[in-house]
Design a binder for this molecule. Sequence first.
Ligand code: BES
Ligand code: MN
Ligand code: ZN
Length: 495
Amino acid sequence: MQYFATSTLPSSQQTDCVTVAVFEQGELSPSAALVNEQSNGYVSKIIDRGDISGSAGETLLLQDVTGLESPRLLLVGCGKKDETTENQFNTAIGAMVKVLDSSGADDATSYLSEIKVKSRTNEWKVRQTVITAESNLYKYNQTKPSVKATIQPINKITFFSADSSIQSASDSGLAIANGMSLARELGDLPGNVCTPTYLADQAVELGKRYNSVTTTILEESDMAELGMHSLLSVSRGSREPAKLITMNYQGAGDDRPVVLVGKGLTFDAGGISLKPSQGMDEMKYDMCGSAGVFGTISAIAELNLPINVIGVVPSSENMPDGDANKPGDIVTSMAGKTIEILNTDAEGRLILCDALTYSERFNPEIVIDIATLTGAIIVALGRQATGVFANDQSLADDLLKAGNDSHDRVWQLPLWDEYQPQLDSNFADIANIGGKEAGSVTAACFLSRFTEKFTWAHLDIAGTAWNSGGKAKGATGRPVPLLVQYLLNRIEDKK
Ligand code: BES
Ligand code: MN
Ligand code: ZN
């Protein structure tokens, strides 16, 4: 879809559909009031009749309204006037786009950016509109070709704005949305298609698409030479060869890079500590950390951001097999620390620890790992917030802020040394599980043992990367908005 800006008032705008906001208690947005005036009170009449109450996400499509150049007028409910929340704004935009896409209109002009959303700027509303619109139009079709639409889909949305600077907000929104769609597609693909080899191929493609991105792939033999026996122990139980993918985006000469490490477990059966069969299909999403890295790299490459970012993706399956890890096995990580594998289902940390050690060679300014690491984070935070842990409070603060800015929010959990003894092992330097208490914290504690040499944060996205079960099952594209926002803020702060 294409996005543009206009400063033309709704009555004279040449478009297939004008969309304006209406609020609870019959209140009108400035554009709705204008249209109401031009149509001799038609909008108020319909509201008085009770056909739309103004609550967020309600819509009413009207045809051939007097006084409008446009053949269609879409009323969109946005909640209480002057009190629309971010969530209500997104709900309204999502509803608007769905109606537009099935209305027969080829293009539309949205006057929803004029409404007040807390303290959000015009740029924020425009960017959010693009992201939410694209998210709502995303259709997975690689293994399920969508039926050909019989109605003209929406192709172009124009925003009303007095200043033209919003074009750049719209462009960054589109790049973020494209990154999210890439992440969702990789996530939604089944485990028999999206294997470590497939991810490696996608990374090579990304390197071909952008001159600024250089991709390298390490094979199992390369990893063995580096001593990555923790990572390799996970992949030994699978017939799919593991890959260690590096995507190097260079946008700022020789600045120290931000390294993003994404868990790329293309299917997590649990290994010998086999998972229950109920819902196990969703463990194809166990590579969503890596999908977030792919999406972020593609967004910043599309935007040509002046920053250096390296994506590191350890990718493997976790399967039960005669050669798989067994509970009690001890492996030696690349860092030289021995690990007692008490539960083969705690495999994410086993592949991440070696990827984190590997990251040291890039002399990173910051390392952030992104992983669907623990079911416990869903118990703690539900599906609203990503969990963040950090060995540096200012990095945690920056991520909390980026989460607020992008409305792709994170919540911090503790990484106190009081939790560390839960990982003590009688037979190795460290155990790979910390018992039933504070499972997300002890998982982060495990990673912290391999990140002492740099400034690091860990994002546990097990609750936020996909919608579980039922009709809504599917990847969300999170945390691409968060990560791109973090990088954008970093660039701003350095100016
Ligand atoms: N990939 C899972 C975490 C997960 C579980 C994400 C459910 C989303 C939904 C991870 O590899 C795992 O199995 N973690 C275990 C750790 C436990 C064995 C200490 C878990 O959370 O149960
Ligand atoms: Mn697991
Ligand atoms: Zn896993």
